[in-house]
Design a protein around this ligand. Structure first.
Ligand code: CP
Length: 316
């Protein structure tokens, strides 16, 4: 693996999931990253991604440097040929080249602005790092995808599923006061499409995900109907794709609570976190055994460790 910027960088998903689960039970490569440095740049906040990826790197013997690039770094210019007389003091060409001398792997988090669909879909920040860095690049959540989260989610479903049954997995939209990116649901749908699961997406009208990502995945606009016989319910808010970046007025209550799970197969409930209690998911789920959000967050470490291990093996 040369980079991990999207799920397309995974050669064999089943093998990578097995590797992550194996690393979870036995850290077989504690020295693989000795002498190597992971540099992580955050243009947006993080708890899990930052700490689990740092932990994963340390478990492999790496050193880690972290920078809150939005607050502590020079404002970066990404446009080629720009006349840099605005507040942007440094061009990505120099920034990425310099960072490539300090770090053996660069990891970047850069959310979308949710104003201009085409601009967000161009993944300017992530792709510029990929273009101008001379070392591997990892996506810590970009404008349209969160592949480390998706790998975590796949690991978690493999861990909790009944081995004898193809699981029914429902991705459910839920309310949120702010406009959130589609990156987590996009990557979740993409990774589930690669696994042996029966995937259903449920969301209100106006919240259908990008059709190029949904492909032929079933969309059910009746949430409770979608939950029938579900083994896993993955809850997440996202802003509208059609009315790009907007929070729409939705009449029905889409908060996921215990009552709504009654027709499910005692579904395990997942969320990437952070979660707004009693807005996105009710306390009666989060404080119950149906919730596996903490176990899911724990798997962030092993997803990152498996990815870093693959990249380090390529650097040898
Ligand atoms: N799920 C996730 O990416 O969490 P953080 O935003 O805290 O990193």
């Amino acid at each position: 693996m040369k980079n991990y910027t999207s799920l397309a960088d995974i050669d064999n998903l089943e093998t990578l999931i097995k590797e992550a689960r194996s690393l979870k039970s036995n850290n077989t490569a504690p020295n693989l990253g000795n002498g190597k440095i992971l540099g992580m740049l955050f243009f947006n906040p993080s708890l899990r991604t930052r700490l689990s990826t740092e932990k994963a790197a340390r478990l492999l013997g790496m050193e880690v440097m972290v920078m809150n690039a939005d607050k502590d770094g020079w404002a970066l210019e990404f446009e080629d040929g720009a006349i840099m007389d605005s507040n942007k003091a440094e061009h990505i060409k120099e920034a990425a080249a310099v960072l490539s001398q300090y770090c053996d792997i660069i990891a970047v988090r850069a959310f979308p602005e949710l104003k201009n669909k085409e601009k967000d879909e161009s993944e300017q920040v992530l792709n510029s790092f990929k273009k101008y860095a001379s070392v591997p690049v990892i996506n810590l959540e970009s404008a349209t995808g969160h592949p480390l989260q998706a790998l975590t989610d796949a690991i978690t479903i493999q861990e909790f599923k009944n081995a004898k049954k193809k699981p029914k997995v429902v991705l459910s939209w839920a309310p949120h006061p702010k406009a959130l990116p589609q990156s987590v649901p996009n990557s979740f749908v993409e990774i589930m499409q690669k696994l042996e699961v029966d995937l259903v997406i449920t969301n209100p009208e106006g919240y259908d995900l990008n059709p190029e990502i949904r492909k032929d995945t079933r969309v059910e606009h009746d949430q409770e109907k979608a939950f029938e016989d579900a083994d896993f319910v993955y809850v997440k808010n996202w802003s509208s794709y059609e009315n790009y970046g907007q929070v729409l007025n939705v009449e029905k209550n889409w908060t996921v609570n215990k009552e709504k799970l009654k027709q499910s197969n005692n579904a395990k409930v997942m969320h990437c976190l952070p979660v707004r209690r009693n807005v996105v998911i009710a306390d009666d789920i989060l404080d119950s055994e149906n919730s596996i959000v903490i176990q899911q967050a724990n798997n962030r470490t092993f997803a990152a460790q498996a990815v870093l291990k693959r990249i380090l093996e390529c650097l040898k």
